[in-house]
Design a protein around this ligand. Structure first.
Ligand code: ADE
Length: 225
């Protein structure tokens, strides 16, 4: 998979890709992540990427020209499955969206800033709009990092144990059941006996029941459909 991220603040985005699982995935050649600074696609000497709103109003708007130039250059080099715009009014990211994106070949992610982008960018160039939650960030970069993390860990081979992504919370619309490790007893708190029986079918059943109870308790909305 190849991810091209278009941003005015590449330095804000780089560190998540230089550590841990994301770095491992990149080093193993399972994913390529490229950063494109929008200012490299400007035409004036001030390297402007934004301007005031037509019709008046507070806040600057990102102009279409540098964005179009950058996306056109990328599209001339390869085909893209999706051109994603990070924005608080996009579809809220969830595990289903992450799963869908994890099997794509090439994607572009555009990070917004200020008030956002000229509407014509969205009408002409963007194929998917994603929000990471109902709050406003100062730019799309942190959202893009969250999206990339959620997607990249699902690419086959990225996680050491292939089954571990499949047993994550949300993967079957349930939250994950409780998990335990050593010691067997800590300050009087015991690990449930069932986990020591060696009876894997019963343990699996217990985990499913616990996952269901936990979901019922905390996120009953997930059980509705
Ligand atoms: N840019 C600003 N706020 C955002 C959000 N909540 N999700 C994605 N991109 C954003």
């Amino acid at each position: 998979m190849r991810i091209d991220i278009i941003t005015v603040l590449p330095e804000l985005l780089k560190s998540p890709f230089e550590a841990s699982i994301l770095k491992r995935a990149i080093d193993a050649g399972l994913v390529e992540v490229h950063f494109h600074n929008l200012r490299d696609y400007t035409t004036d000497r001030y390297k402007s990427i934004d301007d005031t709103q037509f019709g008046g109003g507070a806040g600057m708007v990102m102009m279409i020209e540098p964005i179009d130039k950058c996306i056109s250059k990328l599209k001339a080099e390869r085909d893209y499955d999706e051109v994603i715009y990070m924005t608080p009014d996009g579809n809220t990211l969830n595990q289903r969206i992450a799963n869908t994106l994890s099997i794509k070949e090439n994607i572009i992610i555009l990070c917004g800033h200020y008030k956002g982008v000229d509407q014509r960018v969205r009408d002409l160039l963007i194929t998917k709009e994603i929000s990471i939650g109902d709050y406003v960030l100062s730019g799309g970069e942190l959202g893009a990092a969250v999206l990339c993390d959620a997607v990249i860990r699902l690419i086959p081979g990225v996680l050491g144990n292939e089954t571990s992504a499949l047993t994550d919370s949300f993967q079957d619309n349930l939250l994950a059941p409780p998990i335990y490790t050593k010691p067997r007893e800590y300050k009087g708190m015991k690990v449930p006996e069932i986990l020591f029986t060696g009876h894997f079918a019963n343990i699996e059943k217990w985990r499913e029941d616990e996952a269901y109870k936990h979901t019922q308790n905390r996120r009953p909305d997930l059980l509705k459909d």
